[in-house]
Design a protein around this ligand. Structure first.
Ligand code: UT7
Length: 325
């Protein structure tokens, strides 16, 4: 009997503090830096983002998203036998945020680890979980994207600080005799490390180097639009499907212009694209599962739909997952 991995439940969590572009403009004005709702909306499609309060960590958001996903799947914490958290904003240097999430969920014993692929983290984590389920290493996995990017933002840099937000999304991925995940495609090219990075590190009790986010937005933009098309075509080819078979494109939510470009290249109308960047900003590894859960709960994505998930980000990393929901 063939063994596949299938999403059986989704969940998400946004911290309650919502900042509009006007709130961000007021915050930056206190530092003598100018931005506007008009600029942010026109260049990115972002209207608002959520930020965590002090003392709230990626594990808190991830655990809540996971609880919702387990409830939606009708799965108890004791049934979970693998937890993967995609994050670039872990609670601690170590242990993994996945270990902290595991404990917060009252689970013990199963393997847990983090995946660090920045904004591609969720497609990387989903690909690893799919492989572990298909080979029999796991039966019911929690795959979580959880981020608190507000902690990495340089509020003196208007070109980046207005773009990002905090949040988490999660899925339960279960072994199934029907697919499920149809095809996956992952890539990276480390020569682009410098165009999107947080260069600081911890050494001898101090943070050395700059621990705030740096991005060459135009370089990232140009690379992103090319590789997203390639990854989309790769999973469609691997699965023997056409663009027209895709019910919903759920891309990484960084910039509406990148999503429009990908949709155009794939000849998909924008009403087949799940868009949450307007309300969430760029939540890095959390953006795809957050968008998926919002689309499920809004009644857009339905059981049986074919979904194309696509991530791109620091590393440079990129990839796609094609699945029947
Ligand atoms: O999650 C990983 C993936 N990340 C991404 O996909 C991000 C990709 N990049 C982007 O989304 C876009 O490049 C940005 C949104 C970051 C920037 O948009 P852009 O159209 O490439 O703008 P730009 O960098 O060319 O800047 C245009 C102008 C500049 O002014 P001058 O030099 O033309 O006078 C900037 O200084 O806009 C100015 N600017 C701003 N103005 C008001 C930059 N940021 C702001 C701001 N408010 N927040």
């Amino acid at each position: 009997m063939n063994r596949f991995a299938r999403i059986s439940g989704t969940g998400s969590c946004l911290p309650p503090l919502r900042l509009t572009n006007a709130d961000m403009a007021a915050r930056l004005a206190e530092r003598g830096i100018e931005t506007s709702d008009e600029w942010i909306v026109e260049r990115t499609g972002i209207h608002a983002r959520h930020f965590v309060a002090d003392g709230v960590f990626a594990s808190d958001l991830g655990a809540e998203a996971a609880r919702q996903a387990m409830q939606a799947a009708g799965v108890a914490p004791a049934d979970i036998d693998l937890i993967i958290v995609a994050t670039s904003t872990p609670d601690m240097v170590f242990p993994s945020t996945a270990a902290i999430v595991q404990h917060k969920l009252g689970i013990a014993g199963c393997p847990v680890f983090d995946v660090q692929a920045v904004c591609s983290g969720f497609v990387y984590a989903l690909t690893v979980a799919d492989a572990m389920i298909r080979t029999g290493s796991a039966n019911k996995a929690l795959v979580i994207g959880a981020e608190v990017f507000s902690r990495l933002l340089d509020f003196n840099d208007r070109t980046t600080c207005v773009l990002f937000g905090d949040g988490a999304g999660a899925v339960v991925l279960e072994a199934s005799d029907t697919p499920g995940i149809l095809a996956t495609d992952l890539h990276a090219d480390g020569k682009h490390v410098g165009i999107l990075c947080v260069p600081g590190h911890v050494s001898g009790g101090a943070v050395l180097g700059d621990p705030l986010l740096k991005m060459d937005g135009q370089a990232v933009f140009k690379l992103a639009v090319g590789v997203l098309e390639d990854a989309a075509r790769a999973v469609l080819t691997k699965a023997g499907k056409q663009e027209s078979d895709v019910d919903w494109l759920i891309p990484h939510q960084a910039n509406i212009r990148i999503m429009q470009s990908t949709a155009r290249k794939l000849k998909l109308p924008m009403d087949k694209v799940v868009v949450t960047v307007n309300e969430h900003g760029n939540t890095s590894a959390a953006s795809i599962p957050l968008a998926l859960d919002h689309a499920v709960r809004a009644g857009q994505v339905k059981k049986g739909d074919t979904l194309l998930l696509e991530g791109v980000g620091g590393g440079f990393t990129w990839g796609a997952v094609l699945l029947d929901f």
